[in-house]
Write a protein that binds this ligand. Structure first.
Ligand SMILES: [Zn+2]
Length: 340
């Protein structure tokens, strides 16, 4: 298939029909390029789905893009955020300042935002290096991997739960809880138009990062949740998908099935890898053996940290399925395949 990837410079605000518009908002310095912010019309003012990265250039693109579509940012009624990540929630606070809009997100991600506001920088660094040490990372690497963090997004005014209708007069926009990429990720089903705003949950070409933090948590299974969330979205039928990155595509169910298949293959490969090792492996050793889009040795520390989080999420799912076990050592976490 010919790639439909186009740089930010070639993106334009668009009228998608049925009272839905999209505005590409740049993510400075990111290979993802841009976030697609959607505006949904209502008689009481438009509601935005996501807001984009908090940066002056991004604000220009958002407010200017809305203006070219005939929407003054001061008339925005609310911002519903698919998840708390900075390329989605970053500008929500500035929209609220400009318009008095409410900000809504799922209660689980609202809790994450509050945690980010409470967690001081050096506390976070100590937490991070501790986690990396237990995962088997080299101490020098553990220091380098804790990079800069963007400012936390604005605390929301409203919290959503699965099945809640967003405050959008005259229309039906329902929150579908799709945990995995974040614990409170939601897709938004525009039920009066058979459209699904998918956030990062289902993207047409790439797949979202599924990690576990700290890496050695045993009480959650984000990848297991993600796979279930894909199944859920698949059950909604052949809706048109309006994702937060890349491009709009038809049949969200088909793409969701494809992504599930991709992760099941990755889980199988990981299990085979682990079964081939005579000794139990640390998360870091496992991550170094896995296939990434660039060779492990060339990955900068920040990306290695994310890769390790992804490896840890796959290990956790295999553990939850009873295919591997974790050795009883809290200082250095190691995994071993179980005989099937
Ligand atoms: Zn995200």
């Amino acid at each position: 298939m010919k790639t439909r990837r186009r740089p930010y410079a070639e993106q334009r605000p668009q009228d998608l029909g049925g009272g839905v518009w999209s505005v590409p908002v740049p993510i400075p310095g990111s290979p993802l390029g841009y976030t697609l912010v959607y505006a949904v019309e209502s008689p009481k003012g438009p509601v935005l789905v996501d807001a984009g990265w908090n940066h002056p250039e991004a604000w220009q693109a958002l407010s200017g893009g809305l203006a070219t579509l005939g929407i003054d940012v001061s008339t925005v009624r609310g911002v519903v955020v698919t998840h708390f990540h900075p390329d989605h929630a970053g500008l929500a606070g500035q929209v609220r300042e400009a318009s008095g809009a409410w900000i809504a997100m799922h209660e689980n991600d609202a809790a994450m935002v509050r945690l980010m506001h409470d967690f001081a920088g050096d506390e976070h660094t100590a937490f991070q290096s501790d986690m990396l040490r237990r995962a088997g990372a080299d101490p020098s690497e553990a220091r380098a991997a804790s990079g800069e963090r963007p400012a936390p997004p604005a605390v929301p005014d409203r919290e959503l739960r699965d099945g809640d209708l967003v405050d959008l007069p005259g229309r039906k926009l329902r929150a579908v809880h799709t945990p995995g990429h974040t614990p409170g990720h939601i897709c938004l089903h525009l039920e009066d138009a058979d459209r699904l705003f998918t956030g990062d949950h289902v993207l047409p070409d790439i797949t979202p990062h599924i990690g576990i933090y700290p890496y050695d948590r045993e009480d959650v299974d984000p990848l297991g949740d993600f796979l279930e969330s894909l199944e859920r979205v698949g059950e909604l039928g052949t809706l048109d998908a309006l994702p937060a990155h890349e491009w709009i595509f038809p049949d969200v169910a088909a793409r969701a099935a494809e992504i599930r298949h991709h992760h099941e293959e990755k889980l199988d490969a990981l299990l085979a890898l682990l079964a081939g090792q005579p000794e139990p492996q640390t998360i870091w050793e496992v991550a170094a053996m896995m296939t990434w889009n660039k060779p492990w040795d060339t990955l900068p520390p920040m990306l290695r940290g994310m890769a390790a989080g992804e490896a840890a999420a796959h290990l956790r799912t295999l553990e939850a399925r009873g295919r591997i076990r974790r050795l009883p050592d809290v200082e250095l976490v190691r995994f071993q395949a179980l005989d099937s």
